[in-house]
Design a protein around this ligand. Structure first.
Ligand SMILES: [Zn+2]
Length: 65
């Protein structure tokens, strides 16, 4: 009846949580123009452009008119 089982046993070992997700490199969205990997994560919505296409698009826009 007298169950004194309130000992707080210390954890034997605290293991660090493994990193979530596959370790096959970062998954970046593809460039919509040249299908090269961009600097944007795959969760980015809308059209994603690689740095090269971004630069070209910017230049094109700046030179238009
Ligand atoms: Zn591109």
């Amino acid at each position: 009846m007298d169950v004194d089982d309130t000992y707080c046993e210390p954890p034997g070992r605290i293991e660090p949580a493994p990193p979530a997700g596959p370790a096959e490199g970062p998954s970046y969205a593809e460039c919509v123009l040249c299908r090269e990997p961009t600097e944007h994560p795959e969760s980015t919505k809308g059209a994603t452009l690689c740095p090269v296409c971004t630069w070209q698009e910017a230049g094109r826009t700046a030179c238009s008119g």
